[in-house]
Ligand binder design. Structure first.
Ligand code: FAD
Length: 389
């Protein structure tokens, strides 16, 4: 077992670090104004050659591994200290493109992947509905076949980057088939008649582009926009292991950034005539933060390494790593905030933003209890884990 990154991975990590650091000074303003010049961020990430990382070379992507992806996003988040720089990476290699690679119809891949790999188009994901978040398999958005096309109707909310993306991988129920068996995914293109995008509620963290709402009113899509039809829910969800890996990279990067800020602060701040870093409870706190980050990194890297050639990371390892990240990351950012004393609660230091961004994502991509249910179903296959009332 070799835990060292290869020279190519170290180069990738350094490139991501440089890309993130270049925009760090803008994070506070983007967060405060709740506005990001998103196209600039996309161009910036493209200029550092960090788009379509895991899309195979035959489709114009970089053909890199899930571990490479994790290394990049961790470095981007750590050095930028803000969530937005990871979005173009996610939207060009995360679950949207990953689902398209699973598409049985080659026309789907040929239609959408060329634009995605160049960053000319980006794909948001739309699973959550106002009435169904964790209870995804009850979703009510419908896909009804009409001749050669499908008519899609329903409401989606909390869609990250709702306004700034071009494609929307929308989960829908086909042919009124109940439960998970009826669920598939289709691509809706921005500008299609009947497709409306609203800003949605304001978030406490991960601000700057809306996590918006979609109103889908009898939107007609051609058959090649069907990514995966009904009866293949498990296959469809395997693409979301890339989202969970992204969540791990986010928690790793942001927790590490919080550690960096805390270490710097306690070395400079003095109390009782000495740097506060010299108090045992302070350096013990830093050690505990560092240890949790190391443990999360090991779990996340192991999860990434379960992705074989052309496949996604395995569900058990990725879910466990995401769960661990959700449990420890906000504790780390809160400890870092506390080490800043009263200044940690002010907008004069980045730590309060790091904490808000981490808190905002605790339930994104699956809340901790839902992740525990998923893990329990694997650990105890003979126990009935169904949550239905
Ligand atoms: C920052 C952010 C970005 C997001 N981006 C997207 C996106 O791009 N696309 C998208 O589709 N969605 C997105 N979401 C939505 C996210 O996936 C949902 O919020 C999440 O799945 C939870 O759904 P919910 O909010 O409806 O909460 P609910 O499902 O109503 O859950 C409420 C509470 O009940 C608990 N709970 C529910 N069921 C169970 C159970 N069986 N056992 C124990 N406890 C349970 C939950 O853990 C939670 O604490 C985003 C959310 C956030 C916060």
């Amino acid at each position: 077992m070799d835990f060292t990154l290869s020279p190519a991975q170290l180069e990738l990590q350094e490139r991501a670090r440089v890309a993130g650091e270049a925009i760090r000074h803008r994070a506070a303003r983007w967060d405060r104004e709740n506005h990001v010049p998103y196209q600039e961020v996309v161009d910036h990430v493209r200029n550092h050659d960090l788009l379509a990382l895991t899309v195979p070379v035959e489709y114009g992507g970089k053909g890199l591994s899930a571990l490479d992806y994790l290394v990049v996003v961790e470095a981007l988040f750590r050095s930028s200290q803000f969530w937005i720089v990871g979005e173009p990476v996610f939207a060009t290699a995360g679950p949207g493109p990953s689902m398209m690679l699973l598409a049985e119809n080659p026309a789907t891949r040929e239609k959408f992947l060329p634009g995605l790999v160049k960053g000319e188009q980006q794909c948001a994901i739309a699973l959550t509905e106002p009435g169904y978040g964790s209870d995804l398999t009850s979703l009510e958005t419908t896909a009804v076949k009409d001749g050669d096309s499908y008519i899609i109707s329903g409401d989606k909310n909390f869609v990250t980057g709702a306004q700034v993306n071009d494609l929307y991988a929308v989960f829908a129920r086909f042919d009124d088939i109940p439960g998970h068996r009826g669920i598939g995914a289709v691509v809706i293109e921005k500008g299609t008649e009947g497709f409306h995008i609203d800003d949605g509620p304001e978030f406490l963290g991960c601000r700057g582009v809306p996590h918006g709402d979609l109103r889908i009113e009898d939107v007609r899509v051609p058959a090649e926009n069907v990514i995966v039809g009904p009866g293949k829910f498990a296959k469809l969800m395997s693409a979301f292991n890339m989202e969970r890996l992204h969540n791990c990279g986010f928690n790793l990067g942001m927790a590490s950034a919080a550690y960096d800020e805390a270490q710097k602060y306690v070395s400079e701040r003095k109390a009782f005539g000495r740097p506060i870093a010299e108090f045992q409870s302070v350096y013990h706190t830093l050690v505990d933060m560092w240890t949790d980050i190391e443990a999360l990194r090991l779990m996340a890297q192991r999860a990434a390494c379960t992705a074989g050639d052309g496949s996604h990371p395995k569900v058990l390892e990725t879910t466990a790593a995401k769960l661990y990240g959700a449990r420890v990351a906000s504790g780390i950012t809160l400890k870092a905030l506390e080490l800043h004393g009263g200044y940690g609660a002010t907008t004069g230091y980045p730590i309060e933003r790091l904490h808000r961004d981490v808190v905002a994502t605790i339930v994104a991509g699956g809340s901790p209890p839902v992740l525990r249910n998923s893990i329990a179903a694997t650990l105890m296959p003979d126990t009935r884990i169904s949550q239905r009332g």
